[in-house]
Design a binder for this molecule. Structure first.
Ligand SMILES: [Fe+2]
Ligand SMILES: [Fe+2]
Length: 145
C-alpha cells in the first residue's frame, strides 16, 4: 500500500505534486474497491494516468527536458501495461489487476518518482524562464520549428 507523504513524495512542483497525490488516492481507492466498483475505478485510474503523462510531456517540452524521449517511452510502456491489465478487467478477470494495483503500480511509482519525475522537477526549478507561460493565439506563429 502506498500512502502519500509529502516529505517523501513531493518533488516541489505544485502541479506535479497535486497530480501524484491524486494518483495515490485513486490507487488506494482501487485497492480497497469491491469487485463491483473495481472496473469503473480501474478505468478512471487509466484515464487519470494518461492525463498525468500528457501533462508531464507538456512540461518536458516547455523546459526542453533533455531526457524527454526516455521519460515518454517509460510512460508509454506503463500505459501499455495498464491497457493490457484493463482488458483482463473488462473480461472479468480481476486477480492480475488486483496484484498490479497492490504491488506493481506502487513499486513502479516509487521508483519513477525518485528518478524521472524528480529529474523533471529539478529541471523545471532551474529553468524558470522556460516554465509554461500562458498561451495566446498570437504566440503560436513565433514558435521555433
Ligand atoms: Fe509523474
Ligand atoms: Fe513521469
Amino acid at each position: 500500500m502506498l500512502n502519500w507523504k509529502p516529505e517523501i513524495h513531493a518533488v516541489g512542483v505544485a502541479e506535479m505534486d497535486a497530480t501524484h497525490e491524486e494518483f495515490v488516492r485513486e490507487l488506494n481507492d482501487l485497492a480497497h474497491a469491491g469487485d463491483a466498483q473495481f472496473p469503473h475505478l480501474f478505468q478512471a485510474l487509466l484515464l487519470h494516468t494518461r492525463a498525468h503523462f500528457e501533462n508531464e510531456s507538456r512540461l518536458m517540452r516547455d523546459c526542453r527536458f533533455p531526457a524527454i524521449d526516455e521519460h515518454e517511452s517509460e510512460h508509454h510502456r506503463v500505459l501499455g501495461e495498464l491497457a493490457l491489465v484493463g482488458r483482463g478487467v473488462a473480461a472479468g478477470r480481476l486477480g492480475l489487476a488486483r496484484s498490479y494495483v497492490a504491488l506493481g503500480m506502487p513499486d513502479w511509482f516509487g521508483k519513477h518518482l525518485v528518478t524521472m519525475d524528480s529529474a523533471l522537477a529539478a529541471r523545471l526549478k532551474t529553468q524558470p524562464a522556460a516554465a509554461p507561460a500562458p498561451r495566446t493565439p498570437r504566440e503560436s506563429p513565433d514558435r521555433a520549428p
